[in-house]
Design a protein around this ligand. Structure first.
Ligand code: UT7
Length: 332
């Protein structure tokens, strides 16, 4: 049996910085409210005609491959997590494959929103452990800002969500090497409508219509309170599940990388686990919530900042639309 290991991580965020002040001019909100309730000071939004999910993810992927010292030709599979693909179909996996100049390798699309990257990492881990693939590009990338209702009605989501891309190369290593210890995936579809986007939908007579646009069905809709309440419970459960599965104490965690949903959620988990500040990675203050992008972007930045060293015990955890939640425990 083989083991899989993250060999390198990369990221890309759009150049356009959107401050809380700028949002206050679009909707009835304020810097004070946003900072106090979410911890976000600014975020990145894409520029139409410049950034796409495909070209952002290609930049993140090239950085990840360079850091992993893996050439594009060595990649034998792509797993792409996004809920904001450039096309309704095909998914972004094949578009990234083409952009990177790779031919005929398989490309799988994952649509588990904020938990998408950990779901994707888990699939990569299984493929590598069974010997099917040797080097897999795992990507999480989103353009959320075009789905935001930037009026007063949509303000609770509009201040949180943002755009960006992250990628890792997952490779096969011998079983005595550091690498992924376990992944844990969960979902509860009973709450699907607490955080969702209806359109374009295949179950209407047409997928886009004036009525649909007038109703705002293409906007992301979130019941922030309900999501928050479930998130704090599920984050803790799924982190504990990973620790118990491996017989590891929370004190042994070197770096917790939570999905960047809201700084208050990360701080709640940190406090429950009694982890010091240096053991929790947060970048939501500057990048907002990039859904499937948050964890690979965070891994890339944590590595750049020297906060990830060989052999470190790293815990990843996410919760979001679905609801779907997940964790992974790994040795860097
Ligand atoms: O990543 C995927 C998962 N997503 C999440 O994990 C997000 C989880 N939820 C949250 O982060 C929070 O629920 C929000 C940040 C979205 C909202 O914060 P909250 O502390 O739960 O606020 P609330 O929804 O309870 O609203 C409190 C008040 C309301 O006004 P009233 O009814 O008390 O008069 C809202 O209308 O704050 C108002 N409000 C705002 N005010 C200024 C909501 N959004 C805003 C805003 N600016 N942007």
């Amino acid at each position: 049996m083989f083991k899989s290991r993250i060999l390198g991580a990369g990221h890309y965020v759009p150049e356009r910085i959107v401050t809380n002040e700028e949002l206050s001019q679009m909707m009835n909100t304020s810097n004070e409210w946003i900072v106090e309730r979410t911890g976000i000071q600014e975020r990145r939004w894409f520029t139409p005609g410049v950034d796409t999910v495909t070209n952002m993810s290609a930049k993140a992927s090239r950085m990840a491959m360079e850091r992993a010292k893996v050439s594009p030709k060595e990649i034998d599979f792509i797993i792409f997590a996004t809920i904001t693909s450039d096309y309704f179909l095909p998914g972004n996996g094949v578009l990234l494959q083409r952009e990177l100049g790779l031919t005929s390798i398989g490309a799988l699309d994952i649509r588990n929103a904020c938990s998408g990257f950990i779901y994707a990492l888990s699939v990569a881990d299984q493929f590598i452990k069974t010997g099917m693939y040797k080097k897999i590009l795992v990507v999480g990338a989103e353009i959320q800002s075009s789905a935001l209702d930037k009026s007063d009605e949509g303000r609770s989501s509009a201040v949180i969500f943002a755009d960006g891309a992250g990628a890792v190369v997952v490779g096969r290593v011998e079983s005595d090497q550091p690498g992924i210890l376990s992944t844990h995936l969960h979902a509860e579809g009973a709450h699907a409508e607490e955080l969702y986007c209806i359109a374009p939908s295949s179950s209407g007579e047409v997928r886009i219509s004036k009525e649909l646009i007038d109703r705002g069905d293409f906007f992301l809709k979130m019941n922030g309170n309900a999501v928050f309440k479930h998130a704090v419970v599920r984050f803790m459960e799924v982190i504990q599940e990973a620790l118990d599965f491996n017989g590891i104490n929370k004190e042994e965690i070197d770096l917790l990388v939570p999905h960047q949903a809201n700084l208050r959620i990360s701080q709640y988990i940190q406090q429950k686990l009694q982890l010091p500040d240096e053991k929790v990675f947060n970048n939501i203050m500057y990048l907002g919530n990039t859904t499937a992008g948050t964890i690979p972007i965070a891994l890339s930045q944590a590595w750049e900042q020297g906060r990830l060293k060989e052999g470190d015990l790293v815990c990843l955890a996410a919760f979001g639309s679905g609801f779907a939640w997940a964790s992974a425990l790994l040795r860097w």
